[in-house]
Design a protein around this ligand. Structure first.
Ligand code: ADP
Ligand code: G6P
Length: 355
């Protein structure tokens, strides 16, 4: 948008329900962007912010207007817009975009209370991650690029079980109950934001195993809007064609159930999109270079950069499947978008014809 182009800081929105991979995505993104990502030094130890020399990541939970007790008393979830201060969110994201530092509130996830504000200086790239980066039209208009992580119910359930049952000792029933309790607000306030996203990573159960119950093998779709400034969608083999590709064979090891890629185009909430899909998982990450070679418009800076990033973060969830691959690719597209915007600005300030 025109407003987005006029800003100083490039602003990226990352939306998803909680427990759906935002922090994992942020780690891959900041790694691709370079310049580090650390909690602000000497500040609140429970700060949700990450600061690097290229990007600052803020968590929109910091704009909760009601703390945990107040939400409970009023019977509202954190997903409910009435529990969040969109006026302040808008004001502060706009200020940062215009190059001004702000004193942002801090929501303490440990205590459930609002802590004293922390100072946020304008970075080159501001990532706003959370439940509602595309909910408020004013905030949405400040975004140069937006991403939605769309985790299907089955997969969300499988991830929650894995984490809350294995690591936190919750029961299956209580996990199901907590997902069900959030669902109406998720459907009303979080899910609709995907229609505004420039890129959606959709995570579904595999189609390679009939009636898969385990939820370990995933079918992941990268949905990319056409016609977005500074964003050239990635493609497989030939742009604008329809392709399915099974890379398993002499050059790529695949154990059961194998890997299947697909590429094509279509519409998504009335927008033209292209879609890259990967079902299955990699056996050996160092063979990923073979897949990378067949993808185009990756915005890599050198041959094998995708594979290198995936290997570097092999310990993060999703590294052997399409979630990690597509998060890495979207990270590269964000870096490219930033560099294009920065180059345009440099042109404007040095072009004598425009002075
Ligand atoms: P958020 O920041 O949205 O709460 P996280 O990135 O912290 O989400 O991920 C929450 C949990 O979900 C992880 O600890 C992991 O158990 C699971 N998870 C996230 N992404 C994946 C993935 N791609 N594959 C498998 N599990 C995942
Ligand atoms: C979501 C929000 C968090 C909130 C959590 C639990 O995950 O992102 O900010 O803390 O819900 O909400 P509760 O109202 O139970 O504290």
């Amino acid at each position: 948008s025109a407003a987005a182009a006029a800003g100083k800081t490039v602003v990226i929105g990352l939306a998803a329900d909680s427990g759906c991979g935002k922090s994992t995505f942020v780690r891959r993104l900041t790694s691709v962007l370079g310049g580090g990502a650390e909690p602000p030094s000497g500040g609140n130890p429970d700060s949700n912010t990450l600061v690097g020399s290229t990007a600052t990541v803020i968590c929109l939970d910091d704009y909760h207007s009601l703390d945990r007790a107040a939400r409970k008393a009023r019977g509202l979830t954190a997903l409910d817009p009435r529990a969040n201060d969109f006026d302040l969110m808008y004001e502060q994201v706009r200020a940062i975009k215009e190059g001004r530092a702000v004193d942002k509130p801090v929501y303490n996830h440990v205590t459930g209370l609002l802590d004293p504000p922390e100072r946020i200086a304008p970075p080159k790239i501001l990532v706003i991650e959370g439940l509602h980066p595309m909910y408020d039209e004013r905030v949405r208009d400040l975004l140069d690029f937006s991403i939605y992580l769309d985790i299907s119910e089955e997969v969300k359930f499988a991830w929650k079980i894995q984490r809350d049952m294995a690591e936190r000792g919750h029961s299956l029933e209580s996990i199901k109950a907590s997902i069900d309790a959030r669902k109406p607000d998720f459907d009303a306030y979080i899910d609709p934001q995907k229609q505004y996203a420039d890129a959606v990573i959709e995570v579904l159960p595999t189609q390679l195993i009939p009636n898969d119950e385990e939820g370990k093998v995933l079918r992941v779709r990268l949905i990319m809007k056409e016609g977005v400034r500074h964003f050239a969608p990635v493609y497989l083999f030939d742009e604008g064609s329809v392709v399915t590709w099974i890379p398993c064979g002499r050059k790529l090891s695949c154990s059961y159930p194998g890997i299947k890629f697909a590429y094509g185009f279509g519409t998504y909430f009335g927008h033209e999109v292209s879609v890259l899909e990967m079902d299955g998982q990699f056996d050996k990450l160092d063979e990923l270079i073979y897949v990378e070679t067949h993808l185009s418009n990756l915005s890599t800076k050198f041959y094998g950069e995708v594979a290198q990033q995936m290997l570097k973060h092999a310990d993060l969830p999703g590294s052997s499947n399409g979630t990690g691959l597509f998060q890495t690719i979207v990270g590269l597209k964000v870096r490219d978008l930033y560099e294009q915007i920065a180059a345009e600005r440099a042109d404007v300030t040095t072009d004598p014809l425009r002075v």
